[in-house]
Design a protein around this ligand. Structure first.
Ligand SMILES: NC(=O)c1ccc[n+]([C@@H]2O[C@H](COP(=O)([O-])OP(=O)(O)OC[C@H]3O[C@@H](n4cnc5c(N)ncnc54)[C@H](O)[C@@H]3O)[C@@H](O)[C@H]2O)c1
Length: 247
């Protein structure tokens, strides 16, 4: 089960953190992984780690908010690795994203978090969806956040708006492509172990399982969603959070 040997995956923002964990896990199940990041050296580092572990990977840099460069990137992936079967929309944290109460922010602060989390997801999905539908197989997975499904009260209101927008898009996309063999699902993550170490212990106390999540645990969930076996799972938002939110 969960064999991805014949699949090509594109993971955005995979040069570090959660995206790197997703790329590693997809590769461990046999997928050939296009490792995207805005910062090419980060993408290269994740791709090198996968190659060293015996997997297949290719580093590629583009900005998920720039549609034209995504289309070129997807063409490059098709030429180097093959057509994209699995897209993981993971990029969602712009450089130096701060946290602040909404009343202390300005429109300029909102643009970057909305751009990456809403238009980034639309852009990358649009660039691969026709090919997936034409070939009769595709998996679109968007990495969202508890801040997209509920209020979290930590100064991330605009980010939550972007994350929530992405979730609404994914639910609607799922229905449009359901008869084409293409699924679209989202993961709403709780707090992960790559948050700043000074706030980690306090956060971990509030998580029912007693610890933050690990990137490879997100990767394991993506392996399932990307698999042939997950063909009946679509249009869903899965809460992956150590029990912080239960539904
Ligand atoms: N870390 C958490 O606690 C947490 C919690 C909930 C959800 N998430 C979500 O998980 C995802 C990954 O978060 P992370 O903590 O691993 O982030 P991170 O900041 O560690 O890594 C993000 C990567 O994305 C790249 N990137 C930034 N802008 C980009 C762009 N425009 N195009 C392409 N790449 C870009 C960066 O260079 C970086 O390598 C995000 O969608 C985030 O919102 C994270």
């Amino acid at each position: 089960m969960f064999d991805l040997s014949d699949r090509v995956a594109l993971v955005t923002g995979a040069g570090q953190g959660i995206g790197a964990g997703i790329a590693r896990q997809l590769a461990a199940q046999g997928a050939t992984v296009a490792v995207n990041d805005l910062v090419l050296d980060r993408a290269k580092a994740t791709a090198a780690e996968i190659l060293e572990a015996g997997g297949r990977a290719h580093a590629i840099s583009f900005d998920v908010t720039d549609y034209a460069s995504i289309v070129s990137g997807v063409e490059e992936i098709a030429a180097e690795l093959g057509a994209v079967d699995i897209l993981v929309n993971n990029a969602g944290v712009p450089e130096k994203m701060g946290m602040a109460p909404f009343r202390e922010t300005t429109p300029a602060d909102w643009v970057r978090v909305i751009d990456i989390n809403l238009y980034g997801v639309l852009n990358c999905s649009r660039a691969v969806i026709d090919g997936m539908c034409d070939r009769g197989f595709g998996r679109v997975i968007t990495i969202s956040s508890g801040a997209g499904t509920a209020g979290v009260g930590i100064g991330v209101s605009a980010y939550g708006a972007g994350k929530g927008g992405g979730l609404g898009f994914m639910r609607n996309l799922a229905l449009e492509v359901a008869r084409k063999g293409v699924t679209a699902n989202s993961l709403a993550l709780g707090l992960m172990n790559n948050v700043p170490s000074e706030i980690l212990p306090a956060i971990e106390k509030s998580i029912p399982v007693g610890r933050a999540g690990q990137p490879d645990e997100v990767g394991a969930c993506c392996v399932y969603l990307a698999s042939d076996e997950a063909g009946w799972m679509t249009g869903q938002t899965i809460q992956l959070n150590g029990g912080s939110v239960t539904t």
